[in-house]
Ligand binder design. Structure first.
Ligand SMILES: Cc1cc2nc3c(=O)[nH]c(=O)nc-3n(C[C@H](O)[C@H](O)[C@H](O)COP(=O)(O)O)c2cc1C
Length: 330
């Protein structure tokens, strides 16, 4: 058993948090991860509070394990709606998780008032200190290897090292962790767990478009790129995607609609270089839409149930870590 301060705090049996991933991370995926012993995550931002409630109720009905609600990019949304969404979430799930906005004690307090724990994903040691000062219960250090939006510019191991020295609360590591080997490395370095995105995009229960999943399965770390290409509707927000989708988008005329999405029922046009999650509802030129991918993409080899991903990561990490515990100390 990989028991850590994180598993004890949150009440899960595996030190693995599934990342919120826009419309790819709906209740089915969160519940599957939670049923397998990890912390599942439901994307809860940019949607009305009533829908936050429905999604989280769907997730908690499908598991007895812990689920968290993920909010990002709060600074660009209506502050009242964000506060309402956070309160609705904190009434329903044991953890409310934030990313890509400066840590904010007022928001943390809302979640705490409803007795939820709060986590904040950060990209620098300064941001980690700010999250701890704002009252967060655990922090996720995101290295530049990560898929999706990338908060900082430092590699995971040096960032983790600095964050672990700077804060007292449990710290998870994120960015390029798609194998038990990578998980063992960060646990050995002192992390209390891992946050995994890219590997779960290819989970059976994720909502990712099959063409996107096929591209991930074919890709290696070298095929990912840190860029600001997909910024038309969210500027100044660097991210990591497969290089191939940028090439495909570059061959489309500027301003052109590349396809449509119907994630929550209404069809929305996707313009060239729009930032969006390509779920199964996407139609059109899928190859030109953002193929978010972290540097651990080489370990995404097939579509498999989320439970197998959780078990395989944890079992491999545990086996590797046991090698060292058998060595007599000098
Ligand atoms: C497809 C995808 C979508 C993502 N969307 C979100 C999101 O909505 N909210 C969030 O907090 N992080 C999001 N992230 C970033 C993750 O929180 C996490 O930092 C990242 O997945 C870790 O790196 P990895 O993808 O290499 O595992 C996303 C990542 C991916 C791959």
């Amino acid at each position: 058993m990989l028991t850590t301060r994180f598993t004890e705090l949150v009440g899960c049996s595996m030190p693995i948090q599934q990342a919120g991933m826009g419309t790819l991370a709906k209740p089915r995926l969160a519940a599957a991860v939670a049923n397998a012993g990890g912390l599942g995550s439901v994307s809860s931002y940019g949607i009305p509070p009533e829908l936050v409630a429905t999604l989280l109720d769907d997730a908690t009905r499908a598991t007895t394990g812990p689920v968290c609600a993920n909010f990002i990019n709060m600074a660009r949304q209506d502050a009242g709606k964000v506060r309402e969404g956070v309160a609705v979430a904190a009434e329903r799930v044991p953890v409310v998780d934030f990313f890509y906005s400066d840590p904010d004690q007022a928001i943390v307090d809302i979640a705490h008032r409803h007795e939820a724990l709060v986590s904040w994903q950060v990209g620098s040691v300064e941001e980690a200190r700010a999250a701890a000062d704002a009252g967060c219960d655990f922090i996720i250090a995101q290295g530049v290897e990560a898929g999706g939006h990338v908060r900082g510019t430092t590699g995971l191991l040096p960032l983790l090292d600095a964050v672990l020295r700077a804060v007292e609360v449990p710290v998870l590591a994120a960015g390029g962790i798609s194998s038990g080997r990578a998980m063992a490395a960060v646990l050995a370095a002192g992390a209390d767990g891992v946050r995994v995105g890219t590997r779960f995009v290819a989970a059976e229960e994720a909502e990712a478009h099959p063409d996107y999943v096929r591209a991930l399965i074919a890709a290696r770390a070298e095929d990912t790129v840190y860029t600001e290409a997909y910024s038309t509707n969210w500027p100044d927000a660097p991210h990591r995607v497969l290089r191939s989708c940028i090439d495909a988008a570059n061959s489309v005329e500027e301003g052109e609609i590349v396809g449509y999405l119907e994630a929550y029922g209404t069809p929305d046009p996707i313009h060239r270089f729009d930032c969006t999650a390509i779920d199964r509802s996407a139609t059109g030129n899928i190859a030109a839409m953002p193929h978010w991918a972290g540097q651990g993409v080489g370990s995404v080899r097939r579509v498999e149930p989320a439970a197998e991903i959780v078990q395989q990561l944890a079992a491999e990490a545990e086996r590797l870590l046991a090698r060292w515990s058998r060595q007599p100390a000098e």
